[in-house]
Ligand binder design. Structure first.
Ligand code: ZN
Length: 223
């Protein structure tokens, strides 16, 4: 792809508390893009920073693949430093996947009153249905690892694991009904990569961990 025409949509959608959610993309209508998402969980700033650094890099470099980037899907939680959105719902348990469940063990995993009940999730689901992404990457922080769900995403997952030195896994190790992985891969056959930066990682260390992996993915060499 030649020179990108980056489109900035500052008020792409609205959160539960009516905060704007920004979206940036490589052209007015990218086809089969890579979608990158930060700030799913509001108390994981490392994921927002990584999305922001990735956007800065995408603005400065001509890349071969179309992309859409949402720096912070959960502005309510990010402002309040809470995992859930303004309704207290864990967005990564609210996707309308076949395995969505109204039952959750701890309040932090509140899956919402119904599958896909939350405006942030509804907006992303609509986006996925409209643009048919080739890969979904969402940025979190916890115990550092890269979780790849769906074999077509493995090379990209490996690139991010090699870049960071974090372990590449095919499962996070505990059940996550209603997650993006379930909705993306098991229901729609779109591979999903969950990046877990180390919780508490200093802001200046986040981009060095993933720069090479992001570069490799966007070089198109993995397709
Ligand atoms: Zn998270």
């Amino acid at each position: 792809m030649d020179r990108m025409q980056i489109v900035e949509v500052r008020d792409w959608s609205r959160s539960a508390n009516n905060n704007p959610i920004a979206l940036f993309k490589s052209s007015p209508e990218p086809k089969n893009p890579i979608i990158l998402i930060g700030g799913v969980h509001g108390d994981e700033p490392e994921g927002v920073w990584l999305a922001e650094f990735t956007f800065e890099w995408l603005k400065r470099n001509t890349v071969k693949l179309p992309w859409i980037l949402i720096p912070c899907l959960n502005p309510d939680g990010y402002a309040a430093c809470t995992r859930g959105n303004g309704h207290g719902v864990d967005l990564n348990r609210n996707y309308p996947s076949r395995d969505w469940s109204p039952h959750f063990e701890k309040p932090r995993y509140n899956s919402g009153p119904s599958a896909g009940s939350e405006p942030e999730v509804q907006a992303l689901v609509q986006l996925i249905q409209d643009c048919k992404p080739c890969l979904l990457i969402h940025f979190h922080s916890w115990q550092p690892c890269i979780v790849c769900t769906g074999e077509p995403g493995l090379l990209a997952g490996r690139a991010l694991a090699d870049s960071s030195g974090y372990e590449l896994k095919n499962d996070i190790g505990y059940p996550t009904p209603g997650s993006l992985s379930g909705y993306g891969w098991y229901d729609n056959k779109i591979p999903v990569i969950c990046v877990e930066e180390a919780e508490g990682c200093a802001r200046e260390n986040v981009w060095p961990h993933f720069k090479h992996g992001i570069e490799k993915i966007f070089s198109g060499a993995l397709k």
